[in-house]
Design a protein around this ligand. Structure first.
Ligand SMILES: Nc1ncnc2c1ncn2[C@@H]1O[C@H](COP(=O)(O)OP(=O)(O)OP(=O)(O)O)[C@@H](O)[C@H]1O
Ligand SMILES: [Mg+2]
Length: 112
């Protein structure tokens, strides 16, 4: 199993959520986060003075899936979250050792 973490623009939260439901994911976790990428934020003029805003609001999606579902999930995320401008976000894929459904005690793939 893998955890696919996608950090995307806040305005992509609803479109990505809808795309994930349409792709029939079993569950997801969403958090509001702040971060920066290669540009280390952006600069903006506040009352005539240029200020650097390093930490830009983003939305983090975490979805755990079986290994063979990762490629399709990544394609779904890119399709829903891409604008082509800097700051579109990033996707990280990491291994997940175990999943337990608390209600039933099921473990592994059937608990996802
Ligand atoms: N290496 C990283 N580690 C952890 N989080 C990251 C990393 N790179 C990006 N992020 C997260 O993803 C968000 C969006 O990153 P962003 O899309 O700006 O990446 P980028 O590499 O600068 O690409 P681009 O040049 O398209 O802007 C950041 O605000 C941050 O929350
Ligand atoms: Mg960037």
């Amino acid at each position: 199993m893998k955890r696919v973490t996608a950090i995307v623009r806040p305005e992509k939260m609803e479109p990505l959520k809808d795309a994930l439901f349409a792709a029939d994911v079993k569950g997801m976790t969403i958090s509001q986060v702040h971060g920066c990428g290669a540009q280390h934020g952006w600069s903006e003029y506040v009352r005539g003075t240029e200020v650097m805003l390093n930490m830009v609001p983003k939305v983090k999606f975490e979805v755990v899936v079986e290994d063979d579902a990762v490629d399709a999930l990544v394609d779904t995320i890119v399709g829903a979250a891409r604008t082509g401008e800097v700051g579109d976000g990033k996707i990280f894929v990491a291994p997940v050792e175990e999943v337990v459904r608390i209600r039933t005690g099921e473990r592994g793939a059937s608990a996802v």
